[in-house]
Design a binder for this molecule. Structure first.
Ligand code: GTP
Length: 326
């Protein structure tokens, strides 16, 4: 069975981290977001197709090196074609019923049960459904008792929203859906294709647990907290040397050297060096960032490869990659 992961977006809201790293490769507990998704597919999925575009070379490089039982194809889109166009662009890889998953969703949906539900309902497609308090930023679905979707609403005002169940970004589709997607232009599968499939039988699969749309840096913190809490852990440290204190929810990637510093509620990618006396709080340090001694970084992002000089104070800043901050 094939699974398509939508992995070609620019990730503009996740800048400055996505200037150098495509969003699906951003680490969450030292594992790229996309690997959290791949590892959650049921055994029946033996082929994964990454619909990619932005920073595709980085994705190719990663999947050439990583060892995996499943076959992974990283397929290029001539230009970003939207969520529907992306699926159409990989249709040669699809033979039967298939999954489509947004590449930035972190959740504990049981995709095996989702598939069984789809097969029992026998519709042309099934969408994961998640209940939120405020649906005004999302695609809203109105579900009948048996799970059939009656109608959609895109980013409704709080007053007009007819439910608080939203499209949670996992789909199981029958191959005939591909015939409805035009191949020569940008298409949004949610806005353009799904509403046209309602009369053919489109279902919603509600699940509980956690669901985080990792579209913004704040959501990486939320995802880290949630996963660590689920594991009853507070910190996760890769293959690194850590002399400093880690407090709150913290992850430290591989090949980092943390001297006698303090890191609180933060995310440290791979290859980072932090000098003695420095404090990192509520912040993200990208790959290979070097922070010298007695630096204070608070509520900030320092993107890949940047250097922060001794004694510097950085607060509420998003710092670009590969720069020297003196
Ligand atoms: P923003 O620029 O911050 O909105 O992020 P984004 O570009 O990732 O867009 P969004 O969060 O709406 O995308 C949801 C998922 O669909 C992400 O996994 C994206 O990688 C993916 N995606 C969005 N647009 C495209 C596209 O045109 N082509 C492909 N292949 N994937 C896309």
């Amino acid at each position: 069975m094939e699974a398509v992961i939508l992995a070609g977006g620019l990730g503009t809201r996740m800048r400055p981290l996505t200037y150098t790293t495509p969003k699906p490769l951003l680490p969450l507990l030292n594992k790229p977001l996309v690997m959290h998704i791949i590892d959650s597919f049921p055994e029946r999925v033996d082929e994964v197709v990454l619909a990619a575009n932005y920073k595709i070379d980085k994705l190719r490089e990663y999947f050439e090196e990583v060892e995996m039982e499943r076959e992974v194809h990283v397929v290029d889109e001539p230009e970003p074609r939207g969520t529907g166009g992306a699926v159409k662009n990989v249709e040669d890889h699809i033979n039967d019923t298939f999954f489509v998953v947004n590449g930035d969703i972190v959740s504990d949906i049981d995709l095996g049960n989702f598939l069984k539900y789809h097969e029992r309902r026998g519709g042309v497609g099934t969408l994961s459904a998640w209940e939120v308090e405020d649906p005004s930023e999302f695609g809203v679905m109105d579900l009948e008792k048996g799970g059939r979707i009656k109608r959609f609403q895109e980013k409704p005002g709080l007053e007009e929203a007819f439910s608080n169940v939203i499209n949670a970004g996992h789909y199981i589709l029958e191959p005939e859906v591909l015939d409805m997607i035009p191949s020569d232009r940008k298409v949004s599968i949610e806005r353009e294709i799904f509403p046209r499939l309602l009369s053919d039988g489109l279902f919603g699969y509600e699940f509980e647990g956690y669901w985080i749309d990792c579209g913004r840096p704040e959501s990486l913190f939320e995802a880290q907290r949630t996963l660590l809490d689920v594991m009853s852990e507070k910190v996760m440290v890769g293959d690194s040397s850590v002399e400093g204190k880690l407090k709150g929810h913290v992850s430290v990637g591989d090949d980092c050297e943390l001297e006698a510093c303090e890191v609180i509620d933060s995310i440290i990618f791979d290859g980072v060096k932090i000098g003695s006396g420095s404090l990192i709080k509520d912040s993200i340090l990208g790959n290979d960032v070097v922070v010298e001694e007695d630096v204070r970084i608070e509520s900030s992002i320092v993107a890949d490869g940047s250097y922060v000089e001794d004694g510097k104070i950085i607060k509420d800043k998003n710092l670009k990659p590969e720069e020297e901050y003196k």
